[in-house]
Write a protein of this length. Sequence first.
Length: 182
Amino acid sequence: MSSMELKQVQGQPGLLPRAYERIMKPLRIRFAPRFVKAAGRVLLGRNVRFIAGPVVIGDNVDIWRNAEICGPVHIGNGTSMARDAYLRPGTHLEDNVGLGPFVRITTDAHEIGGAEWRAGSHTTYDPVVIKSGSWIGGGSTIFPGVTVGPGSVVAGGSVVIRDVPPNTLVGGVPAKVIRKLD
């Protein structure tokens, strides 16, 4: 069953497919950590972990199994995260963002230290913003400080180290503009 069919079925009470029902469950605030705030319907897969907060989740959000979300994080309305998503503090997903499986959004890095310890002692955090309607393909990594413009697509397996313009397809390691999208 396609994701489009699932979304149509979800709107009809009692017609949720059994397989989908077994792997997804509604987020119940009383069972979630206090720092998770959901605005509406949120479906969670198995083993979704929330670490630190706040984590603000909009309405009509799906978060598939094994995701790890370390707040502060904002997840907009209509967002869907495939399995094993990894979001670090300072991640901001606007509305209708799609994350493929194994997407990593990193916001933290270390300053470069001396020869005896190159990972430096100071951790830096640069927020990542994924604008509305964007799609991040499976296995992609978004580096600290990047903004992905609205309506953009990051091809699967890409490493994004620079901002992505609006309505643009990027891909590769490091990601480069492939073409503008209509």
